[in-house]
Design a protein around this ligand. Structure first.
Ligand code: FAD
Length: 370
């Protein structure tokens, strides 16, 4: 049987599963199973929607650069937002160092003085900062558009989405799998684990030990500020990632930039985390947030080396991992979807991407004890 005639079940209807589904359905029969009653309910419905080429480790940056043309061509960039890392008054040396590091990655990155930072974001007074590092080409992503566009493409190519289907068990058969959900049993040659925070749970339901995937909670909320110019502010992130804020449809998103280890769940914000974020933002700016609106939390799931895990599991023929997108799931999803299609067809990844199959493969976390 050719690789294209193989049937595929994808577990998870977030941006990872949907992006892969849209590509794979062009040449294979694909069924996507999602436990919730809607797509994008978990991490993919809760992101800050930023694209930054300097964010994450070397492999993640390579994946982001590789995704950029498809994000642009798909019309998924909403606004040239910019990202500004700011330091406190005592952080000048560290900000200089960060400027050099980011300029080496992206020459257009600029070191800004305290007064330049203040001119760009009026609520940061020059006496509270040593200046910052500015990445002008960081972009707002239209995440709702991406989710609905990927789902539309998938269905148009003949793919099927089934909502409210929790995968309970994955049984190996002679030639493929039986996937048992709360409502039925489905068969496929290949199973793709795109279950986000539940990555290791799904592995266990297939009889495998997990790879050490760790969901980490991040807290965010909306607030208002009376400043005509706020729509044009960049995302502002503290040098030590103690907080960030970012314009969103005339309001601001604030976040503690927290990474609290959490079991997979429907994440809720802790009042204390919201209060600490409010305090930190108020300390660094002239903003008076008061009581923020609509706090939320989501899980960013990381592998032990903070690089996504994409590839077949050598322990179980046909079981494919597409997990560990951490805080970069939207900015890397289109490149990962193309790589998934190539890896499933046993084709090499193009050299120009600068990302090897080995850097993504699950093997890197498998030891003899697994
Ligand atoms: C606060 C916050 C800010 C972020 N900011 C950014 C950003 O600025 N830029 C960026 O690129 N990324 C950002 N991210 C990260 C991004 O949101 C994630 O990396 C991405 O959404 C992960 O997508 P996913 O499809 O892997 O996971 P999910 O969206 O969580 O999807 C996994 C799906 O699998 C389903 N599932 C699990 N178990 C089962 C089962 N047994 N049966 C059936 N279905 C199952 C779940 O219900 C879920 O819908 C942010 C995340 C958070 C929380």
């Amino acid at each position: 049987m050719g690789e294209n005639s193989k049937t595929i079940i994808i577990i998870g209807g977030g941006i990872a599963g949907l992006s892969a589904a849209a590509v794979l359905a062009q040449s294979s029969s694909v069924l996507l199973l999602e436990r919730e009653k809607q797509l994008g309910y978990h991490a993919s419905g809760r992101s800050a929607a930023l694209f930054s080429e300097t964010y994450g480790n070397r492999v993640v940056r390579g994946l982001s650069v590789a995704s950029r043309p498809a994000l642009e061509n798909g019309g998924f960039f909403e606004h040239r937002r910019g990202a500004l890392h700011i330091g406190g008054v005592a952080d000048a040396a560290a900000i200089d160092e960060l400027a050099q590091e980011l300029q080496a990655l992206l020459p257009s990155v600029r070191r800004l003085s305290a007064s330049e930072v203040s001119a760009m974001v009026s609520v940061i007074p020059p006496d509270k900062t040593c200046g910052g590092v500015y990445e002008a080409d960081a972009m707002d992503i239209d995440t709702n558009k991406m989710l609905s566009d990927r789902a539309t493409q998938f269905k148009a190519a003949g793919g099927t989405v089934r909502l409210g289907e929790e995968v309970m068990e994955i049984r190996k058969t002679e030639n493929g799998f039986q996937v048992v959900t709360n409502t039925g049993t489905y068969e496929a040659d290949i199973v793709i684990n795109a279950s986000g925070a539940w990555a290791d749970v799904i592995a266990e339901r297939a009889g495998l030990s997990g790879l050490g995937m760790q969901p980490k909670r991040r807290t965010a909320f909306m607030f208002d500020a009376e400043d005509e110019a706020l729509r044009e502010w960049p995302l502002v992130v503290d040098l030590h990632e103690q907080f960030y804020f970012k314009p969103d449809a005339g309001r601001l998103i604030g976040s503690l930039a927290d990474e609290t280890d959490t079991p997979p769940c429907d994440a809720y914000p802790e009042d204390l985390d919201v209060a600490i974020a409010v305090d930190r933002i108020e300390q660094a700016t002239t903003l008076h947030i008061g009581r923020p609106a609509t706090p939320w939390a989501g899980l960013r799931t990381f592998s032990p080396d903070r690089t996504p895990v994409v590839g077949f599991d050598p322990r179980l023929s046909g079981f494919f991992w597409l997990v560990g997108q951490g805080g970069y799931g939207f900015q890397v999803s289109l490149a990962l979807a193309d790589m998934t299609a190539k890896l499933i067809r046993h084709e090499p990844l193009p050299d120009e991407l600068g990302v090897s199959a080995e850097a993504l493969a699950p093997e890197r976390f498998l030891t003899t004890k697994n």
